[in-house]
Design a protein around this ligand. Sequence first.
Ligand SMILES: Cc1cc2nc3c(=O)[nH]c(=O)nc-3n(C[C@H](O)[C@H](O)[C@H](O)COP(=O)(O)O)c2cc1C
Ligand code: SF4
Ligand code: SF4
Length: 445
Amino acid sequence: MADLSTSFLGISSPNPFWLASAPPTDKQYNVERAFRAGWGGVVWKTLGEAGPPVVNVNGPRYGAIHGGDRRLLGLNNIELITDRDLDTNLREIEAVKKAWPDRAMIVSLMVPCEEDAWKAILKRVETTGCDGVELNFGCPHGMSERGMGSAVGQVPEYIEMVARWCKQHSALPVIVKLTPNITDIRQPAEAARRGGADAVSLINTINSITAVDLDSFAPEPTIDGKGSHGGYCGPAVKPIALSMVSEIARNPATQGLPISGIGGVTTWRDAAEFIALGCGTVQVCTAAMTYGFHVVQEMITGLSNYMDEKGFSSIEAFRGRAVPNVTDWQHLNLRYVTKARIDQDLCIKCGRCHIACEDTSHQAITRQVDGRRHFEVIDAECVGCNLCVNVCPVEDCITMEAISGIDPRTGKPANDGYANWTTHPNNPSARPTEHALQFAPDAAE
Ligand SMILES: Cc1cc2nc3c(=O)[nH]c(=O)nc-3n(C[C@H](O)[C@H](O)[C@H](O)COP(=O)(O)O)c2cc1C
Ligand code: SF4
Ligand code: SF4
């Protein structure tokens, strides 16, 4: 059976599934139950500096986007960092780590952007015996208005400065948690590395308003007639998280920087995708909040089965395998030609593919053949865009197939080698290389 154990920055855990810093990791009661359910580690709910704790709203703090079947796709929250006393949190962290020495215990921190404040909290946290700290530079609401959270995460110079303070004042491994509310995720990741951080984790939540109540004309969740933007997470944000992780994994300036992947992980597949893009661990919040702590069992079993099937004996055996396959658009093979194929046995004749292709793509799917309702791809029109696959309600009913010989649409050979935009004759900046020759003399359209 595959070995799921991980060593991330030298911190070992029996599996790569950590609970992200959030309500599931808010207290000893939760974390011990999570460990009993099988979680490999936790990032404790973000601690602030000593003194009176922050105060949360007393009305609704969550909004949500649901799919047609009421499945939760995206969660929005306006919760702050822990509103529990620092001493209580530290006492509980120490007790849990003592009782569960084989699980990863990371403590998330957010204090004002002053060296003394960071030095003070680090000294306190070190006494708990925890395995590392995560710097919360991501929270997009409430704390950011006080100059913390994403207000720091959006300024690479601050990230570098605080990471450096933390490395100077503590021997603990330092993970910098990044905000996605930024244009180029590579900048804060590079800053974290420059500051000496041992790893980055991403993503924190995305600025969002999930809905506007059309009676009260206030954003949801609504607190006494007003609302503010919150942080978006859950399955809906996974594509954004994967893209950001891949940017960091393939950026020469951050290559090899350990990454803990976060954002919409709900099943073992999601986790495996983050690992394939280079993550050493994954963190989960919304899935645990939606389905409970035992959701980790499916993740463990599923990942283990997948690894056995593929012959991967350890996480390291496939970690990062997808990174070399992430490239810029200009390097994609323009000679790769596919056509849609409809499985007539599976087709329920709903017509969605025809409408989508007819109205918004390339008029390449029939509606009637010989007077009968019949949906079939016209190869001479199909550009292989994949839209019909995505709108078809029946799984695997439409698939994309790479063709050989002459493409009936262009009259040119299909799938006979590799040539990309950098050498295409239509590209005014094309470089004359051996690939350019593959387009001549009958250049593609
Ligand atoms: C209610 C709630 C509270 C959160 N609080 C924190 C926090 O205190 N510190 C932090 O770093 N991230 C916090 N997060 C963000 C999560 O740790 C995580 O980055 C985000 O939810 C994305 O993961 P997910 O899609 O699995 O939920 C919070 C998220 C939620 C939903
Ligand atoms: S792949 Fe695109 S062009 Fe081809 S049939 Fe489907 S929707 Fe039409
Ligand atoms: S969308 Fe799918 S099921 Fe509906 S007609 Fe097209 S191929 Fe058939």
